[in-house]
Design a protein around this ligand. Structure first.
Ligand SMILES: Nc1ncnc2c1ncn2[C@@H]1O[C@H](COP(=O)(O)OP(=O)(O)OP(=O)(O)O)[C@@H](O)[C@H]1O
Length: 345
């Protein structure tokens, strides 16, 4: 089922270019300037303006996209999973045979839950990211009822499922996923994007066991200001968020520390206890956690240097990638070569 045997139609498909050129051509030829120059008449202008409006029709004032793709371009396969607003299916682009995951979101559910903006943000951000450990969003289209996201297919599914199956990962395996995650975060931070919802459920694995960050629903593009919205998943919330303080990209460093802990132990360090949410929040605010004895000295050091109460004391991403624990397990692997190449972009 690997899609690597096929040409990626979302980059080079003749269909894409034909449709895209058609829009460009309409835009170039049928503009007001050409009427005044006498190249086209008013009737032609009106006709083609309507055509252009149709291809650019928005589903809401915020989402605008030319429908380069429709459901007819795909053969649908089995369901891959269910999310809050719809389902994800295995699908094949008919002309090229290219395999994708098609995420089908119910528009009325999105509107009912006020999630339009969140989706728009997800689409805008994910559309602009190109990194081997970030799930590609190839495109999107919509009809009256649904928005369809054309996503890279991650054949091995959720990292979370694999973690639960073996309770906890070996240090070598954990360090591989962790390094890939850190590399991808370094890349998005350079683009002034904060993820804000790192957790194993949002991480997928492809057929080659490469990690893919999949969910950008809570991410924000934050050029300068420090933000205050409470978001993300409880276990992974950093002290500045539980205390309702402004936050910046350093919240992802905290979550990276929580992720490292969970990959190595099978549990998050601040999992909600029987004593309830307030107790959990107090423990997070004090960075009060203990690391089980089986975790190596190097890994402990890395976790502790990320789970720092003060965001400014957290280990910066570039030092994370050079940490002895990562170097020890990944020095001769391809992981660091790829990660460093993209980090330097
Ligand atoms: N690109 C993909 N490749 C393979 N499986 C996928 C892909 N995207 C999603 N899935 C599967 O489908 C499930 C549902 O995905 P979806 O992104 O809709 O849900 P979610 O992130 O769990 O929920 P939500 O974002 O709505 O809270 C995932 O848990 C995963 O198992």
């Amino acid at each position: 089922m690997s899609s690597q045997n096929f040409q990626n139609p979302f980059q080079i498909s003749p269909i894409f270019f034909t449709k895209h050129n058609k829009i460009n051509k309409i835009e170039q030829v049928y503009n007001k300037e050409n009427i005044t120059k006498g190249f086209i008449n008013n009737k032609e202008y009106e006709l083609n303006k309507r055509k252009l409006e149709k291809v650019n029709a928005p589903i809401s004032p915020t989402i605008r996209t030319p429908p380069l793709w429709t459901l007819n371009n795909f053969d649908l396969g089995s369901g891959l999973g269910k999310g809050q607003f719809g389902r994800v299916y295995l699908a094949r682009e008919k002309t090229s045979g290219f395999i994708v995951a098609l995420k089908v979101l119910n528009i009325s559910e999105l509107i009912k839950n006020n999630a339009e903006k969140q989706l728009l943000r997800e689409v805008e951000i994910q559309n602009n990211l190109r990194h081997p450990n970030i799930l590609r969003l190839y495109g999107h289209f919509y009809d009256k009822k649904y928005v369809f996201l054309i996503l890279e297919y991650a054949a091995k599914g959720e990292l979370f499922r694999h973690l639960r199956k073996c309770t906890r990962f070996t240090e070598k395996r954990a360090s591989k996923y962790f390094a890939q995650m850190a590399g991808a975060l370094g890349y998005i931070h350079k683009k002034h994007v904060i993820h804000r919802d790192i957790k194993p459920e949002n991480l997928l694995l492809d057929l080659d066991d490469q990690l893919k960050i999949a969910d950008f629903g809570w991410s924000v593009h934050a050029p300068s200001q420090r933000r205050k919205t409470l978001c993300g998943t409880k276990d992974y919330l950093p002290p500045e968020m539980v205390e309702n303080q402004p936050h910046d990209e350093k919240i992802d460093l905290w979550s990276l520390g929580v992720l490292c802990y969970e990959l190595l132990t099978g549990n998050a360090p601040f999992e909600e206890s029987a004593n309830g949410r307030d107790t959990t929040y107090k423990r997070i605010a004090k960075a009060d956690f203990t690391i089980p004895d089986h975790v190596s000295v190097d890994a402990r050091d890395l976790i502790s240097s990320l789970l720092q109460r003060d965001p400014n004391k957290r280990l910066p991403i570039k030092n994370v990638l050079n940490h002895p624990w990562i170097l020890k397990h990944q020095k001769n692997s391809n992981v660091l070569r790829v990660t460093n190449r993209y980090y330097c972009l």
